[in-house]
Ligand binder design. Structure first.
Ligand SMILES: [Zn+2]
Ligand SMILES: [Zn+2]
Length: 190
């Protein structure tokens, strides 16, 4: 009884290794990113390419997976909401036990053990964990992003000398934002 589909892009077939300790196989493939890979504010766009480069190595009790995955990231800065365009490379190493391998007595760790199913290996949970761990909890467009002006909402990184002589009257704030928008296209880059 297995729920894994051997043709699924993130399912790896380890049967070629023949359960012979020491036998190895290199796997390089490009897969489409599954949905919701990452965190809400920074993630791998669904369907975008994920490059996977792995070594599967049979050991006594299972198969050791070592490798890297690289993917593009898309998200927004938590301080100024600017779009973030980045990429991520994760490395992983994980042991998957054969499903008929008896658990060690009384180690109490059974919940944390990865198991092969019919000698198929599901890489997706490993990829998800590795990507999430590699991402910053608070992604920023640049390390010292100054965020948004608390008075008018302007992005301070675009305007480091930004200042208000007096607090803006909330009744005029909307109008001020409008005026600013109109002036933006005329700004010269120097
Ligand atoms: Zn920012
Ligand atoms: Zn302001």
């Amino acid at each position: 009884m297995t729920s894994l589909d051997p043709r699924a892009p993130l399912v790896l077939d380890t049967r070629e290794l023949g359960r012979r300790p020491g036998s190895q196989r290199e796997v390089t493939r490009q897969v489409e990113a599954p949905p919701e890979l990452g965190i809400e504010v920074l993630h791998v766009p669904e369907g975008s390419p994920v490059e996977i480069d792995l070594r599967l190595e049979a050991v006594m009790e299972g198969v050791l997976v070592t490798g890297t995955a690289t993917a593009a990231l898309e998200g927004e800065c938590v301080r100024c909401l600017e779009a973030i365009d980045d990429d991520v490379e994760v490395t992983f190493q994980e042991l998957y036990l054969y499903d008929d391998h008896a658990p060690a007595d009384g180690d109490g760790q059974e919940d944390e053990v990865n198991r092969l199913e019919d000698d198929l290996l599901d890489l997706e949970p490993l990829l998800r964990d590795a990507v999430v761990l590699a991402l910053p909890f608070q992604p920023l467009c640049e390390d010292d992003c100054p965020g948004l002006c608390t008075e008018c909402g302007a992005r301070l990184a675009d305007d480091p000398d930004h200042a208000h002589e007096a607090p803006i009257d909330p009744r005029w704030a909307g109008l001020a934002a409008l005026t600013q928008d109109q002036h933006e296209p005329e700004q010269q880059q120097d």
